[in-house]
Design a binder for this molecule. Structure first.
Ligand SMILES: *Cc1c(COP(=O)(O)O)cnc(C)c1O
Length: 397
């Protein structure tokens, strides 16, 4: 098919040309004497994306799932009691991993379309006066349902109970795109991966840990090898890795972090909010609803859009792909067939979002949905032009 194949799934996301070119380098000697001149500043640049000034970052040649595992194995002990919540496919998978790794998991099940139940966390923590709970887990952005949770609120619940449990956060589809402040929110393990907000191909598990997580590490009793903090630290401190690093991805990560810091992390959060608000305006104009049940849960990185009960969302996605050369995100597990998702994170702008919306409109009309042509796109354009005008006024003032 002629023309670009458009990618509007919530990961892997679009890779900027600069990042692709930065990875187009010949193989490098990862034990060369000048390799640390590249890696040491890279660790700092990555850490700044998390707003982590107390601890350090680990870059594993894995996907985000590996960083989930690294966080558990390096800070906890088998049999430890932990508090988790489940409201979508990704929070489900982290619970499943914690159970399989032998943690004693207290799972709070919530409706899909909602997020971390902060009040229930607060009650559980207050009641746990002998501090049996060793860690509290929270999925910051549930990518399956387009729900963002209140991590600051989870920290407040821990503090209100004066509770020492570690705070473990899955930020795979939030960090680098929407507000995240590891220091201010007291996040001990912040999990991410390369193929979402970091605008790279898959292949890096990125884990940012606080100094308290590094303390907990000393007491942790999991057997570990590949994900071992001690092996990583011993080598990273000198700018090297305990095994072959994915050097091309690290080159790309270096450029991606430079782009993030050049744009400014707060500006990136604002851009994602503006783009997501345009998508939400389109969804309203179509007369549809998001899977996220209330505006407080709305995600600025991914929108999961519910289709009417007599429509199979998989037909919309298939039409977009087969006819219009465009990937929209599918519904996972419980919401399969009920939603299609638009990923609007990473290297994304207004023109790309309106393309996603126009293809979604064509696909929905093709499968027989009553959508007025241009209705959603028009609403998004109105939003973008209005907010762009506001930006320009601000800049001029
Ligand atoms: C994508 C994603 C993951 C899994 O990451 P992989 O890189 O596929 O292992 C975990 N959590 C969330 C919230 C995600 O969006």
């Amino acid at each position: 098919m002629a023309g670009y194949r458009h990618l509007f799934i919530p990961g892997p996301t679009n890779v900027p040309e600069e990042v692709r070119m930065a990875m187009n380098v010949s193989m490098q000697d990862m034990r060369a004497p000048d390799f640390p001149e590249f890696t040491k500043p890279l660790f700092e640049k990555v850490q700044r994306v998390f707003k982590n000034t107390t601890g350090r970052v680990f870059l594993y040649p894995s996907s985000g799932t590996g960083a989930w595992e690294a966080a558990i194995q390096n800070t906890l002990c088998p049999g430890d009691k932990v508090l988790m919540s489940r409201f979508g496919q990704f929070s489900h998978l982290w619970v499943d991993m914690a159970q399989r790794l032998g943690l004693d998991v207290d799972v709070i099940d919530c409706d899909w379309g909602t997020g971390v139940p902060v009040e229930q966390y607060a009650e559980r923590l207050k009641a746990d006066t002998c501090h049996r709970i060793k860690a509290v887990f929270a999925t910051h952005n549930e990518t399956a349902t387009g729900v963002t949770s209140d991590i600051k609120g989870v920290r407040a619940a821990l503090d209100a109970a004066n509770h020492p449990a570690l705070l473990m956060v899955d930020g795979v589809s939030s960090i680098g795109s929407i507000e995240f402040d590891q220091d201010a929110w007291g996040v001990d393990c912040a999990v991410s991966g390369s193929q979402k907000g970091f605008m790279l191909p898959a292949g890096l598990g990125i884990l940012s840990v606080s100094k308290w997580a590094l303390d907990a590490h000393k007491r942790s009793e999991y057997p570990r090898t590949f994900f071992s903090f001690e092996d990583m630290i011993a080598n990273n401190d000198n700018g090297y890795f305990p095994y072959t690093p994915a050097t091309q991805l690290l080159r790309g990560l270096d450029t991606a972090c430079d782009m993030i810091h050049a744009e400014g992390i707060e500006n990136i959060w604002a851009r994602h909010n503006r783009l997501a608000s345009g998508v939400r305006a389109a969804v309203d104009a179509w007369g549809l609803r998001l899977c996220a049940t209330e505006s407080k849960w709305h995600s600025d990185t991914v929108s999961a859009i519910l289709v009417p009960g007599d429509v199979d969302a998989r037909d919309v996605i298939a039409r977009a792909y087969g006819t219009y050369n465009t990937s929209l995100g599918s519904g996972l597990s419980k919401v399969m067939g009920k939603v299609f998702r638009i990923g609007h994170l990473g290297w994304m702008n207004e023109g790309m979002v309106t393309t996603a919306l126009s293809v979604a409109e064509m696909a929905m009309i093709d499968v027989g949905m009553k959508i007025a042509p241009g209705s959603g796109v028009g609403a998004a354009i109105s939003h973008f032009t209005a907010t762009k005008a506001a930006d320009a006024t601000q800049a001029a003032a």
